[in-house]
Design a protein. Structure first.
Length: 307
């Protein structure tokens, strides 16, 4: 029996953030029956139970933890070998893989075009990553050469700080906080504390950004009612301004949402949310990857970024 080790690893890795097999399937954009079959085949192959599915939320068994750790090492070593072999394979010798979060699409053309000018003989493989919770493994497992997003920390990677992003609270017109005739309203703790009990349009639970937002609410003693969950910033923002509930989003999102709707936005203090952004590479990265990462960081700073 041939196993898709990378898919099995992904399933085991995100199980800790999911309550059911259906939720795993949703996050991986695959069908629930297919995910169930993959798990059954893996359990048959290893002759152990990997995930306890008899209760909600589901969880990894001790054997599942061992298989996850083992697959992580296998995949990492395999990708490392492939990375080290790239200079000897003509078609791959000049390919650099860069992963980044999808919300930053307005200036990506300018930035990557400038990077291409610096390295005209290098091919760049670009990949959008929705949640930065998985980004650490992208670098450690050598799936990506460079990650541009959440400032990552860890003994196996090196990160360069770029900037701290700004978050905005979106307030629909059916909210008690809404101020007619205005678009932006000033932040105040008094207004923020009035959010207690209000409906919330949120991102999925595995989103590092949403987890940070939830902590802010918790720290301020604010309990919200999760009205709907989305898997992208823009979709969540659009539902919020249409009246589904409040939403906390990134500054860049404001460029993409409809201005026909009546809504307010409130800039949150930088100190309220730690949204540090950086470029991360493996400590084992080649000199070329290091050079390109340094160049990309410089270009981003030169072009400027809405923060």
């Amino acid at each position: 029996m041939k196993l898709d080790e990378e898919l099995i690893f992904k399933i085991l890795e995100i199980t800790k953030n999911c309550k059911s097999i259906s939720e795993i399937a949703h996050q991986l954009y695959l069908s629930q029956p297919y995910i169930s079959q993959v798990i059954k085949n893996a359990e048959k192959f290893y002759n152990v139970k990997l995930i306890n599915r008899k209760r909600i939320p589901i969880y990894l068994t001790p054997a599942g933890e061992q298989v996850k750790e083992g697959l992580s090492k296998i995949i990492s070593e395999r990708n490392k070998i492939n990375t080290n072999l790239r200079p000897f394979i003509e078609s791959e010798e000049n390919t650099i893989r860069i992963s980044y979060t999808p919300i930053w699409s307005r200036q990506q053309g300018i930035i990557f075009n400038e990077l291409q000018k610096h390295y005209p003989n290098t091919k760049f493989l670009l990949c959008n990553v929705f949640t930065s919770n998985t980004s650490y493994n992208l670098i450690v497992n050598h799936t990506s050469d460079i990650f541009w997003g959440r400032y990552l920390k860890g003994k196996e990677i090196t990160s360069t700080f770029l900037y701290r992003q700004i978050a905005y609270l979106l307030i629909p017109k059916n909210s008690p906080l809404f101020e007619r005739g205005k678009r932006e309203i000033a932040f105040s703790n008094e207004k923020f504390n009035q959010l207690n009990g209000t409906n919330l349009v949120s991102l999925e639970s595995d989103s590092w950004f949403q987890q940070a937002v939830n902590h802010v609410f918790l720290d301020n003693g604010i309990k919200t009612k999760q009205s709907v969950i989305m898997n992208d910033f823009i979709g969540a923002a659009e539902l919020a301004i249409q009246g589904w509930g409040i939403n906390v989003t990134l500054a860049n999102t404001l460029d993409y949402i409809s201005t026909k709707e009546e809504f307010n936005y409130m800039k949150l203090p930088l100190s309220m949310l730690n949204l540090d952004t950086g470029l991360s590479i493996s400590n084992e990265a080649s000199k070329k990857v290091q050079q390109i990462a340094n160049s990309l960081a410089q270009i981003i700073n030169d072009v400027g970024w809405r923060v």
